[in-house]
Design a protein around this ligand. Structure first.
Ligand code: ATP
Length: 330
């Protein structure tokens, strides 16, 4: 039995979460759900966007599925990453069939450091304007590089690419690059390379097929992840995982999309692919593959899809079609 924290949040977060739970019901797994409140609605009701009770539910779970938070996202998701020390942000960039993608042959993953870098919140006003501190520690760099190499080894990936700007950010990214090659020595079976972030942004457009696993610091990872999402069909399709030592939270990359909320138009694929990532994390590889294949088949058929993919099914209709495919196979 797995204890799964369910935090639907706001807007389409609630709709894609219901759709995902409907599909998970088609797997032969003992999942015990515990629901937590967070986000704008929680703020209106309780005066805080993230309840201590929700934090405890997530802390005591085997994994968390998170929908979306609206305006309060920074007080919810960024805070959760810090409180739970979810130091990895995993963003797969994978092409799926039948999607409006720039490339149909991509399958790489971005491993983004999630706790420091430009996002430590150390900003202040000075007489001339404002400054922000960028913190890179040896410990966090070692931890994220080790995760990336181990991920490559466990997932049959051949190469890890470090992305940085060490020619300009000589001390901070200089350290990150140095630590990357130190860690690489422990994984002689994995190829390595490193690129400047600006060159990488261009290579995403000119030869994205050359990447396998990318490891990078917080801000660069944030930007490259969205560029990557743009290569493979956009927000409705991109999942993510936030992983720490003893907790993990999986969420679609999209937000609460207030423009389409409550209209049954939301594409559930990103949330469902986040559930696939969760199942892999729980080492339920067979269920992860079954679910992934069912999603793949429905996208490939191209009939029962939400309007953002050019068809006219509702969120739940698409989910039920995916569940049917699951039930046919299991
Ligand atoms: P938030 O303030 O919560 O981040 P947002 O609308 O600014 O919400 P997103 O929710 O990330 O940002 O999405 C931007 C737009 O992309 C949405 O307004 C919506 O039109 C579209 N979109 C996002 N996710 C989906 C989805 N799952 N299915 C269909 N369209 C989506």
């Amino acid at each position: 039995m797995y204890k799964i924290a369910i935090v639907p949040g706001d807007g389409i977060g609630k709709e894609v979460m219901s759709a995902t739970l409907e599909v998970l019901d088609g797997l032969n797994l003992d999942l015990k759900y515990e629901y937590g409140e967070a986000g704008d609605e929680c703020f209106k009701k309780n005066g805080v966007a993230l309840l201590d009770e929700t934090i405890n539910i997530i802390r005591n779970s085997d994994a968390c599925l998170f929908g979306a938070a609206g305006e309060t996202a920074a007080d919810v998701i960024v805070k959760l990453r810090q409180i739970m020390n979810l130091f990895v942000n995993l963003r797969p960039i994978k092409s799926y069939p039948g999607t409006d993608s720039l490339f149909n042959d991509l399958d790489f993953i971005i491993v983004r450091e999630n706790t420091e870098g430009m996002y430590v919140g150390k900003e202040e006003y000075i007489e001339e304007g404002a400054i922000a501190k960028r913190i890179i520690t040896r410990e966090a760099s070692e931890r994220i590089c080790n995760f990336a190499f181990k991920y490559a080894r466990d997932n049959n990936k051949k190469k890890v690419t470090a992305v940085h700007k060490a020619n300009v950010l000589k001390k901070t990214d200089g350290l990150f690059k140095k630590v990357f090659y130190e860690v690489a020595n422990e994984y002689p079976d994995i190829e390595t390379e490193d690129y400047y972030v600006d060159a990488t942004a261009m290579y995403f457009l000119t030869r994205p097929q050359s990447f396998d696993v990318i490891v990078t610091t917080n801000l660069f990872g944030d930007i490259l992840s969205d560029e990557g999402a743009g290569l493979v069909g956009g927000l409705g399709l991109t999942p993510s995982g936030n992983i720490g030592k003893s907790n993990a939270l999986f969420e679609p990359v999209h937000g609460s999309a207030p423009d389409i909320a409550g209209k049954c138009l939301a594409n559930p694929t990103a949330m469902l692919l986040s559930a696939v990532m969760m199942l892999k994390y729980l080492n339920e590889q067979k269920s992860a593959k079954l679910l992934n294949d069912a999603i793949y088949n429905v996208l490939n058929e191209g009939k029962c899809l939400t309007p953002d993919m050019g068809a006219n099914s509702s969120t739940m209709e698409m989910a039920k079609e995916i569940k049917n495919k699951l039930l046919e196979k299991s």
